[in-house]
Design a protein around this ligand. Structure first.
Ligand code: ADP
Ligand code: MG
Length: 738
């Protein structure tokens, strides 16, 4: 599977949007971000610091200022990545930045305006144009999925029941890494279809959220495109390469105020930031290079982007900034974050012939349908020839030659056969109807038979039509290179695009060289230290002094940076502590309720049923009946009730066996000796009638007696302990039954 094991770092580009109207009206203090496009540097001015303070400078792979075009960013920074995806690599582009800095603008842009189309629509164009221009021996299958992560739940944006659907689970397989189970995936045959998929998802996102702005700044949206390409290799077999592209529009990176909220709101606030802070931790751990543990499992987002960060993928991060002085802190945080991400090393490789390639399944299914269809047609043709009276002999040598042509002939023959058959049956029917010598009964029977034959013929025809439709639908999903999917593939346009790519490539190289020169400048200074005259020496020393001054300024910058980072750590630690305090308080409150209001045995029952699901990162209740045994257990009758209406005691069973009165056979009663005790005299005297009736009661001689607990027997003779009674029951059974 692996082809190219070399590692490469995450490409980081920074983009700054123009000042908006509100910010412009704030006065000339305006922008705090300066960009050196040639060097790929961002220079940030602190609006609160004195002008003499050194400005902060960050260097990236590329920077795009307020006047940058969508197309420039795409051609320079995204196009090479999409080309890699088309060659079978995994690729990820994610936009990171504060809300309102242009993440969605960069990723999606304004669809209607070709100048303002963002990375995603441009990628659609790119992918389908590439397919239409590739060689005709290549087959492609393009699929798209769209999901969002909101409050740490993964939701399918292409599911029609998006709003009410339950959250999806993440799974991991050695073949395709981390994936989302049951995620909808749409096969797309054209730009139009994939755009529809995108719009459908965007609508679901907008409908699901009451306040779109609020929602979009709290949820991460992932648009996934899988491009599978099959091409015959040198060994003659078809090889499949699978490129997966993740286009990620992250939630706003601004710090969410966590303090002062409680209960559900606190949990929510903690979750909103969870994925982003986990992303930060993952980036730090990877950039650091020393930590052995990378906390991918801390959040859904980091698990999904596991391959894109430090794994098998090529990754581009677009950090977006606003130029306003109001957001200096956030802008600085974004730049630091982006700066750290530059150090992440990925190990991209071509995904060749993975087991789960859908394209292979499609190819196999198409071949199967084709064989079925051919078989049907040949059968019809054969029948036709038999009808025509020709001996059907197929020349084996002709089979491979002109297969296409022959197929057409077969298809025509099959159609003709159906037509002829119909005509023949119709004629036969007419003949039967017109036959005056035939008995009415016989006529009816023959007509019925012909009707049935016609019905069969039609059914057959319908089945063939259905099969053909299915085959065509399947086949149309596979895109074949060289076919004109897009009509703008004329030569001029091709040339123009190539030129644009060349220019983009050149400016990229130029920037790289400039950056290298900057580094080398400092080093070469020392080498030129041989001087012949005093004048030269003075010059050299002045230069050296300048260099030291430069170094000193750098040192000051770094010192300030360290102080900033420290301050930030202190701030975030304080926030974490506060959150921890609030959560502890909440926990104590819950404990208090449990200790005081829930009986310990109930609590234990609940505790025993709880298990931790590491996949979901949640505590879950075990079902009362284990899932696999559920069906069998629920259906089975209790052993004590086999053969009886309801569970009955051993005693009753013996009673039945001994053939006692049927009325008491199934009763679960205890034999109590106490019933034999004669009533006391006082009662007898007081109620002579009752005693008489008791003596004559029909129960008297029954083997099974009801306990007369209502009878007030003297205390000395009473035995109310059920243990004794039960024991007595067993020993007394044979006797009582006699
Ligand atoms: P985010 O997704 O980061 O919250 P948006 O993409 O919604 O931000 O951008 C906020 C506003 O700024 C939008 O109205 C958008 O049109 C505008 N905008 C962002 N970036 C640019 C840019 N580079 N050029 C022009 N307008 C931009
Ligand atoms: Mg947005």
């Amino acid at each position: 599977m692996s082809k190219n094991k070399s590692s490469e770092s995450v490409k980081v580009v920074v983009r700054c949007r123009p000042l908006n109207r509100k910010e412009e009206s704030n006065g000339p203090a305006g922008g705090i971000v300066q960009m050196d496009l040639r060097l790929g540097q961002v220079i940030l001015r602190n609006p609160r610091a004195p002008a003499s303070d050194p400005q902060k400078t960050f260097t990236f792979d590329a920077v795009y200022d307020a006047s940058s075009k969508q197309r420039d960013l795409y051609d320079e920074s995204v196009r090479p990545l999409i080309d890699s995806v088309l060659a079978g690599f995994n690729g990820t582009i994610f936009a990171y930045g504060q809300t309102g800095t242009g993440k969605t603008y960069t990723m999606q842009g304004a669809w209607m305006d070709p100048e303002k189309r963002g990375v995603i629509p441009n990628a659609f164009d790119h992918i389908f144009t590439h397919i239409s221009r590739s060689q005709s021996d290549k087959q492609y299958l393009v699929r798209a999925s769209y999901l969002e992560i909101y409050l740490e739940e993964v939701r399918d944006l292409l599911d029609p029941k998006h709003g009410s659907a339950r959250a999806l689970e993440l799974r991991e397989s050695p073949e395709s890494g981390v994936y989302v189970r049951d995620l909808t995936s749409c096969v797309c045959k054209s730009i139009k279809e994939i755009e529809e998929v995108m719009n459908m998802g965007n609508q679901a996102r907008a409908v699901g959220a009451t306040d779109m702005n609020e929602h979009s700044s709290r949820s991460h949206a992932l648009f996934l495109i899988t491009v599978e390409c099959s091409q015959p290799g040198p060994d003659g077999r078809k090889h499949i390469r699978v490129g997966r592209l993740n286009l990620v529009d992250l939630a706003g990176s601004e710090r969410q105020a966590k303090t002062g909220v409680q209960g559900e709101r606190l949990k929510e606030a903690a979750k909103i930031n969870l994925s982003l802070s986990a992303l930060g931790n993952v980036i730090s751990a990877l950039a650091d290079g020393r930590s052995s543990h990378v906390p991918y499992r801390d959040s859904k987002l980091t698990r999904l982007l596991q391959d894109s960060l430090g794994g098998n993928a090529k990754t581009v991060m677009v950090a977006t900034l606003g130029p306003s002085s109001l957001h200096y802190d956030e802008t600085l945080t974004t730049l630091r974050y982006a700066n750290r991400a530059k150090n992440i090393q990925n190990q991209p490789r071509v995904n060749e012939d993975p087991k789960d390639a859908l394209l292979r399944e499609f190819q196999m299914e198409i071949a199967r349908l084709r064989a079925q269809l051919n078989h049907r047609k040949w059968r019809s043709k054969q029948k036709k020839e038999q009808v025509d009276g020709e001996a059907w002999e197929r020349d084996e040598d002709e089979e491979s030659e002109g297969e296409e042509e022959e197929e057409e002939v077969v298809e025509k023959d099959a159609e003709e056969y159906v037509k002829l058959e119909e005509q023949r049956l119709e004629m036969e029917k007419e003949a039967i109807k017109g036959d005056q010598f035939m008995l009415a009964e016989e006529k009816q029977r023959l007509l019925g038979e012909k009707e049935r034959m016609m019905g069969d013929l039609r059914k057959e025809q319908e089945a063939t039509a259905q099969l053909t439709a299915k085959y065509k639908a399947m086949e149309s999903k596979l895109l074949v290179g060289g076919k004109n999917i897009i009509d703008h593939t004329n030569e001029q346009q091709k040339m123009l695009e190539m030129k644009r790519q060349e220019i983009a490539e050149q400016s990229r190289n130029e920037r790289e060289i400039q950056q290298q020169m900057l580094v080398q400048d400092d080093e070469t200074l020392e080498l030129r230290e041989t001087f012949t005259s005093l004048q030269q020496e003075v010059e050299a020393k002045t230069k050296k002094l300048k260099k030291y001054l430069k170094l000193y300024a750098k040192l000051q910058c770094i010192k300030a940076e360290i102080k900033d980072v420290n301050d930030e750590h202190v701030r975030s630690r304080q926030e974490l502590e506060q959150t921890q305090n609030e959560l502890t308080r909440e926990l104590k409150f819950k404990y208090l309720i449990i200790e005081n209001f829930i009986p310990p045995e109930e609590k234990n029952k609940i505790m025993n049923r709880l298990t931790f699901d590491p996949e979901e990162d949640q505590w879950k209740f075990q079902p009362l009946v284990p899932a696999e045994r559920k069906s069998s257990q629920m259906k089975k009758r209790p052993t004590s009730a086999v053969g009886y209406k309801r569970p009955i005691s051993q005693y009753a069973r013996v009673a039945i066996a001994m053939g006692a009165h049927s009325r008491y056979r199934a009763e679960n009663i205890m034999f109590l000796e106490l019933d034999m005790t004669p009533p006391n005299t006082a009662t007898l005297e007081a109620e002579p009638n009752q005693s008489h009736s008791l003596d004559n009661s029909p129960n008297k001689d029954r083997g099974v007696r009801k306990s007369r607990s209502w009878c007030q027997t003297p205390k000395s003779l009473t035995s109310s302990s059920s243990n004794v009674s039960l024991a007595a029951c067993h020993t007394a059974t044979p006797m009582a039954a006699q």
